[in-house]
Design a protein around this ligand. Structure first.
Ligand SMILES: Nc1ncnc2c1ncn2[C@@H]1O[C@H](COP(=O)(O)OP(=O)(O)OP(=O)(O)O)[C@@H](O)[C@H]1O
Ligand SMILES: [Mg+2]
Length: 440
């Protein structure tokens, strides 16, 4: 399994176009291996998902549905479980089945005093009124004997604990996520898609929840399960990156930065995206080695270790590949300028020496008139336009074939350009290990 993220912080640099066509090219490249589930294209643009529309394929369920289910699981189920754990010892005590110093009863009183009352506003349960009233009495109930007050006894007569338990069971069952319902296999293209259709973060509660660790952990778990099903997963990310999902970076094997060489501001944005990623990666790896990961990062890595083993996780982190795709190139000077800018920037940060062999130049796509996303025509150009397809094949080969030569940042500009151009035309490859005399 390899997870590839397509990143470029500026809008409109070609992330979605490249993601879609890379899915098609990888599917073709993997065809010979006859993998059952080769490729999944994952629309991680939670604000404005576009892939389902572009490809005219609509999964049975979208992330919007997923968020609703996960919210149920995080909020309603947890809330109902707490309620149940409070009410049962209360009832037992009132019925005289447990004494006033019973540890379970004392714990439930503490829970009762601390339960987040706001959750009642989220709950749509029919028993809400009586239970809510009980919680409004919290100031008057300090010790078990207070539960024997007349008004409390009256209230308890109206609370049906069995009913609460049945509702809890229903919620627990409906909180199960069947990942297949979210994945749509497109026969025509031979790959699957997953993601949104409507703006998932358009709903206020969804916007709030995506930043809450409990909720996010469930979302990341879902992503991890999906990734496990496929040989290659391509993540199309939104402009501005995936800050709210920084932990997702841990499960990514390769990060491909899209440089729109026709736009100097966009190039600077992509350099910044690459540099930000290096910073994130270095902090994460250092904390991982020192055992200092906390919160979501820690729980995520712990779970990965349980699945893959410590060695595999460390190896995946250590060898994380960073690649660059130049998009919309019209002449080689633009590419040369980008490479020089990137080297200078990394040198200024004292990062060039450390990363010159780790940053691969994975591909180069020309600016092309067939590509036109505004009316969706031409977006999936793969196999429709020879020049573009051969360039996508080069990118796919550089990803799938460990023996494929792919120049790194340390090669000269001329060598990089000639390698990318010739490879897609003639299958040409430079001798491995050749080192640039200078960054020309
Ligand atoms: N190589 C190319 N040649 C010509 N047009 C291109 C090329 N790559 C992308 N485009 C066009 O640029 C526009 C933006 O592309 P795309 O939507 O893929 O960018 P994006 O980075 O995903 O944008 P966003 O940040 O909004 O998600 C589209 O109209 C697309 O057709
Ligand atoms: Mg996009």
């Amino acid at each position: 399994m390899a997870v590839i993220a397509i990143i470029g912080h500026k809008g409109g640099v070609g992330k979605t176009t490249l993601s879609i066509n890379l899915a098609a090219a990888l599917t073709k490249a993997l065809h010979s291996t006859k993998t059952k589930e080769p490729v999944c294209l994952f629309d991680l643009d939670l604000r404005l998902p576009t892939i389902t529309d572009i490809l005219h394929s609509h999964p049975q369920k979208t992330f919007f549905n997923l968020f609703e289910v996960l919210a149920n699981r995080t909020y309603q189920v947890g809330f109902l479980q707490d309620l149940y754990q409070i009410l049962v010892p209360f009832q037992e005590y009132k019925a005289g089945n447990i004494p006033k110093d019973n540890p379970r009863l004392l714990k439930s009183i503490a829970k009762y005093k601390n339960l987040n009352e706001e959750l009642f506003n989220h709950s749509e349960f029919e028993f809400g009124d009586q239970v809510h009233e009980l919680f409004l009495m919290r100031a008057d109930i300090e010790r078990p004997s207070d539960l024997k007050k007349g008004v409390v006894t009256q209230l308890f007569k109206c609370i049906d604990i069995k009913k609460i338990k049945n509702i809890l069971r229903e919620y627990e069952e409906s909180g199960q996520v069947d990942i297949d319902e979210y994945i749509s296999f497109i026969k025509e293209y031979g790959f699957s898609i997953l993601g949104g259709e409507v703006p998932i973060l358009g709903k206020r509660s969804h916007r709030q929840r995506i930043n809450e660790p409990e909720f996010l952990a469930l979302f990341l778990q879902f992503i991890q399960e999906v990734c496990g099903k496929f040989k290659h997963v391509i993540l199309d990310t939104p402009a501005g990156g995936v800050n709210h999902l920084s932990s997702i970076m841990n499960s990514i094997d390769q990060v491909l930065f899209v440089f729109d060489v026709s736009n100097t501001i966009a190039v600077k944005g992509s350099i910044d995206a690459l540099h930000t990623f290096i910073d994130y990666y270095e902090d994460f790896f250092a904390n991982y080695k020192k055992g200092h990961l906390t919160g979501l990062d820690k729980s995520y890595v712990d779970r990965l270790i349980t699945i893959k083993g410590e060695k595999a996780v460390e190896q995946a982190l250590k060898t994380k590949k960073m690649g660059i795709i130049f998009n919309r190139s019209q002449n080689n000077n633009e590419v040369t300028w980008c490479l020089d800018q990137l080297r200078t920037y990394l040198e200024t940060l004292n990062k060039y020496e450390k990363y010159k062999d780790r940053i691969y130049i994975t591909g180069m796509l020309p600016n092309h008139k067939v590509v036109n996303i505004t009316n969706n025509r031409g977006t999936l150009f793969y196999d429709k336009d020879k020049t573009l397809s051969s360039r996508m094949d080069t990118i796919a080969k550089n990803i799938t074939d460990p023996n494929s030569f792919c120049p790194t940042l340390r090669y000269s500009n001329a060598e990089i350009i000639s390698s990318l151009e010739k490879k897609s035309k003639l299958g040409f490859s430079l001798p491995f290990g050749r080192i640039a005399s200078s960054a020309s």
